[in-house]
Design a protein around this ligand. Structure first.
Ligand code: UDP
Ligand code: MG
Length: 317
């Protein structure tokens, strides 16, 4: 017997106690308008503010809500991954739980899906209530990623999107530990289209993405989809070698002609510092990649679930 719903909505939750009831109400309202069966997977990513109990309560009262409760905080991308693993719908929607992504937009995503698109991503035309710093860093980040990676990840696009079951099935076979889901969902191909929307301000609470987590995600995106940082070391090597090749004959010539310039330790010191810097940076870049290889080789599970929905048939650990 197939009891799969048509739609799965995935909302990752990390200390969103105040937002949860409104999120639930608005998703319920919107999804009932779709006149199709649906489920909402609430992934509790190690909340400490009581969100966990509220998720249990909501799920207890409404059979369409399926809670996945993590043993600790694993991070946003991993929480969404768990949602994808547990999803059963023919189309799957990922949405933030702070209501920055208006649930009403889901109907527009569904419309495109019904037209035959397999990935429908939501593009932010405007961002309300976010700091200038966040807007600028986000804008630079999307454009940098676009330039240096091989996959063309759509600009100004977050994880808010709809994916067909076909796409989700492929994504679920990609078990990399350092995950940049919007990159992965662009990488798989299929028929993709964007829908623009106005990103609202966070309803309540503070961002769960401080600068440190943003940097981490940016590094994951870059290392996960590009070798450019590794190649930079090579380029720097060629540039340094090139400079010295030109400089050596120039200095010899100047000495022969009796010039007093370049005598002393300063030039030597600068050259040594420059090369030392280049080498250390190159080592650091190598280290980033090696650390990631190490994480993959260990082969640990991506997340640990302490409570999973009992009716699940697709579950992976
Ligand atoms: N989130 C999560 N785990 C984390 C951090 C965030 O599940 O470690 C969730 C959070 O509850 C929210 C979504 O990821 O639903 C996006 O986070 P946030 O709104 O804080 O990021 P921002 O919109 O500020 O970039
Ligand atoms: Mg947010």
């Amino acid at each position: 017997m197939d009891n799969s719903p048509v739609f799965t909505i995935i909302a990752p939750i990390y200390n969103e106690l105040e937002n949860l009831p409104i999120l639930y109400d608005r998703i319920k309202e919107v999804m009932d308008k779709s006149e199709q069966s649906w489920e909402l997977i609430l992934v509790d990513d190690g909340s400490t503010d009581g969100s966990t109990n509220l998720i249990r309560d909501i799920a207890h009262n409404d059979g369409r809500i399926r809670p996945v409760i993590f043993a600790r905080n694993f991070g946003h991308q991993i929480a969404v991954t768990a949602g994808l693993d547990f999803s059963r719908g023919r189309a799957v929607v990922i949405i933030d739980s702070d209501l920055q992504d208006p649930p009403e937009v889901i109907l527009q995503l569904i419309e495109k899906w019904q037209e035959g698109y397999e990935v429908v991503y939501a593009v932010r035309s405007d961002r309300e209530g976010e700091t200038f710093f966040k807007k600028v860093t986000a804008s630079v980040f999307y454009r940098l990623i676009f330039r240096i990676t091989d996959v063309k990840i759509p600009l100004d696009t977050g994880d808010f999107r709809l994916m067909d079951r076909k796409v989700v099935s492929v994504m679920n076979t990609m078990r990399e530990h350092h995950r940049f889901l919007r990159g992965m969902s662009a990488w798989v191909g299929f028929k993709q289209v964007g829908v623009t929307y106005k990103r609202a301000a966070r309803l309540a609470g503070e961002t769960k993405y401080p600068i440190k987590k943003m940097m981490k995600l940016a590094l994951t995106a870059i290392t996960g989809f590009s070798y450019v940082p590794l190649q930079i070391a090579t380029y720097m090597g060629f540039i340094s070698a090139g400079i010295s090749l030109i400089a050596i004959p120039v200095v010899i010539l100047m000495r022969i002609l009796g010039s007093q310039q370049f005598i002393g330790q300063a030039t030597t010191l600068i050259a040594v510092l420059f090369l030392g810097g280049v080498q250390l940076i190159s080592l650091g870049i190598l280290g980033e990649y090696i650390g990631r290889i190490y994480d993959e080789v260990k082969g640990r599970p991506l997340y640990i679930v302490s409570e999973a929905p009992s009716d699940n048939k697709n579950s992976k650990e």
